[in-house]
Write a protein that binds this ligand. Sequence first.
Ligand code: PEP
Ligand code: NA
Ligand code: MN
Length: 606
Amino acid sequence: MTLNELKHQGLKKWVEEAVALMKPKAVYVCDGSQEEYDRMIDICVKGGLATPLNSAKRPGCYLFRSDPSDVARVENRTYIASKTQEEAGPTNNWINPVELKKTMTELYTGCMQGRTMYVIPFSMGPVGSNIAKIGVEITDSEYVVANMHIMTRVGKKVLDVLGTNGEYVPCLHSVGKPLAEGESDNGKWPCAPLDKKYISHFPETREIWSYGSGYGGNALLGKKCLALRIASVIARDEGWLAEHMLILKITNPQGVSKVVCAAFPSACGKTNLAMLVPTLPGWKVETIGDDIAWMKFGPDGRLYAINPEAGFFGVAPGTNMDSNPNAMRSIEKNTIFTNVALTEDKDVWWEQIGYDAPGKLIDWKGNEWIQDKANKAQEPAAHPNSRFTAPARQCPAIAPEWEDPKGVPVDAILFGGRRPSTIPLVHQATDWVHGVFMGSIVGSEITAAALDLKAGTIRRDPFAMLPFCGYNMGDYFQHWINIGKKTSADKLPKIFFVNWFRKTKDGKWLWPGYGENSRVLAWIFDRCAGTGKAVETPIGYMPTVDAIERPAGVSEADMKELLAVDIEGWKKEIADIRENHYPKFGNRLPKELMNELDAIEKRLGK
Ligand code: PEP
Ligand code: NA
Ligand code: MN
């Protein structure tokens, strides 16, 4: 489509201004068609950026290798440019928005020379759903267009909903690598050096400006930038929740279903839990989303969740037929792989894919790589943050209601992280504010070794939103508390804290995880159903030792340890929160959370 076909005058004017600033050689408005997707891929293949994979083994799949400097979200170059620093809060990078726009306008000047500007109208959430939001991304990257096709709903149907004056979030993106007359990328992933990268959010004007990176959350602006950072601000203002959560539907052997949302920091297995295959006979888990949940109150006073995305941008290493068979099947076709290794017969390979490297590989940097299992220090063939981009509809476990525009009513919310000690396998909040307290203290131990060096050293990542909250985190806690006052207590989801990552003193896993986590989900299900045996403890409700059936390899003693309240450990935890965590939020910390902290400390005893 051409610019002149745009019926929305405000949008057209915004694009025209971007054209004047960035000076692309051509402008193209995306229609979302398969033909368009194929054309983007074709440009990347011809330009040497993408390798077609074995069409018998992986039809419609392509491998991209990024620049070695452009392999992950860049949190230290990510900014919340609200009018005041106080508004961005203690956990975000802040630059005065006027100053930042000036700096970035200079970078954007002429930045698309020699490239095509693509205008991508996209919907986060089913097109036309009243929970959905529309964004328009301007980009000079065909890789971004192709990924946005998978991760969001793109094109004409979105423009139709937008009409002549609908609201949208403008998202500017450039890889920051203009091409001189006659120059081409020559097969090299275009991006700018780290100190020129900016991933910027302007919460008051609901704008996103991204420059210099072509990778993942830095460049696919519907995901972290819109659906979390900007949406969290909109959600605060409108009384709903935009969260870094998976959404799953669990069905018991009697055919009754519950919906569970779960927030874990990055790399704690959200995608695996979302696609879990239960080991418990007769139980079924279906996937609704693996990364983001938007939750709004329905007319019945319950919270309804939608997955604003349409695809999975998952971490490849560690994904295998044991850890996540549904993910493995989701990526058999029509998938974009980024920074994984390439086999001789043009298939993909990564660390912990479940089998040895079949012969000589090309690693993520484009070099020949031969597996040397004796060498523990061998550089990985796939980058640890290498990814697959796959359509959600290809997941064999996708729930039939995953695109329901009304969303699904949420029964339970889970928080969790990697905690080798102290935090039990599962415990339940006694009420909503206690649950908000649980969310506010989420953290992950960096490594067990670090714990040995400094007991209790954990990186706090409240609600797993540390890199994704678009405003002051203290106000965000308050917003969560306020949400709990908008409906009656019985209509609110029940809140739980889970920890799959407990270890014994000599470093062995106490809990097998993966499909066996269905045993914990079953107890959570039962608690939501009003059954499920529990005892009240100083830290909340906990399963009785016989409430969760033990998986093979877990002894009765292990189970007791997994479900014990470690009084001394919790006292240290409370002290760490009081001394190191809560003070960060200053007077923005809701007093309700301090009250929770005091109350738990008191219950733990002197
Ligand atoms: C991303 O970088 O786009 C991303 C999805 O990050 P994470 O896996 O940390 O959520
Ligand atoms: Na990342
Ligand atoms: Mn994520």
